[in-house]
Design a binder for this molecule. Structure first.
Ligand code: NAD
Length: 256
């Protein structure tokens, strides 16, 4: 019940998918949860749901690729609850699925601005408030595609590779402040991102899901809670000696 009791947690892209599951589990485990996203209606509805079951949460509209937005939101969360203990850099987009030679600069930059620069901005601007807390945990959502390649979505895979090494670099830079930084590497998780990715390619959802299931030795794709529980472990003091680490939660995808 109290694995992150009274910790102030900022979750980016918290309104749906893995972010939403993380917000719900954090709240259940006693955290004060800053749900941040661009989807105001979904984010506010999640806050209402959390409060109805006795948890503490508030919503902030924050575009992770806009530095001023990020700076202002971190400050607003601090003013609301005090020092920030946990940051989950979860917001991300899949981007285009085209061979590298057909990707435009604009399409490349769009993915990098959210998936990479967003992690940079949030880490940068949470730092004063996390340092004040005296210790902290930053969890960055990379992917199996931050570990291995695949013949699709080049900007996405590049972005997730970047997030993996950014996590290790920041783990070393901020260790003296007792701020831990780890990356999480999900296999395919059934969320709006994956559904939209399939739809964008004109793939039937049931058929697409079956094909994705087959990629995982365990026989099926994951669900958001599978990842949220890993994030919870890294956010809690149970993982106080874990930093610069890669937590792979993928049904065995990268085991072969
Ligand atoms: P999702 O699309 O279901 O949810 C992502 C959330 O991020 C949405 O609520 C969206 O509104 C928000 N968002 C997008 N751009 C934003 C921006 N500029 N500023 C603020 N919020 C923004 O995605 P998901 O599947 O839950 O993925 C969450 C994270 O996990 C992503 O970083 C993704 O790359 C990573 N991941 C997902 C999978 C998977 O299979 N679902 C696998 C590996 C890694």
């Amino acid at each position: 019940m109290n694995r992150v009791k009274n910790k102030v947690a900022v979750v980016t892209g918290g309104a749906q998918g893995i972010g939403r599951a993380t917000c719900l589990i954090f709240a259940k485990e006693g955290a004060k949860v800053a749900v941040t996203d661009l989807l105001e209606e979904d984010g506010e509805a999640l806050v209402t749901e959390i409060k109805a079951s006795g948890g503490e949460a508030a919503y902030w509209n924050m575009n992770v690729s806009n530095e001023r937005d990020v700076e202002n939101t971190m400050k607003a969360v601090y003013n609301h609850w005090g020092p920030i203990n946990i940051l989950v850099n979860n917001a991300g987009i899949a981007g285009v699925n085209l061979p590298t030679d057909q990707v435009t600069e604009e399409e490349w930059d769009k993915v990098m601005n959210i998936n990479v620069k967003g992690v940079f901005f949030c880490t940068k601007h949470v730092m004063p408030y996390m340092k004040e807390a005296g210790k902290g945990s930053i969890i960055n959502l990379s992917s199996i595609y931050g570990l291995v390649g695949a013949a699709d979505a080049p900007p996405y895979h590049a972005s997730k590779g970047a997030v993996r090494i950014m996590s290790k670099t920041d783990a070393m830079i901020y260790a003296p402040y007792k701020i831990r930084v780890n990356s999480v590497h999900p296999g395919y998780i059934w969320t709006p991102m994956v559904e939209n990715h399939l739809k964008a390619q004109g793939i039937d959802l049931a058929e697409g899901r079956k094909n994705l299931d087959a990629l995982h030795p365990i026989g099926h794709v994951g669900e958001p809670d599978d990842i949220a529980y890993g994030i919870l472990y890294l956010a809690s003091d149970e993982s106080k000696f874990v930093t610069g680490e890669e937590l792979v939660i993928d049904g065995g995808y990268v085991a072969h």
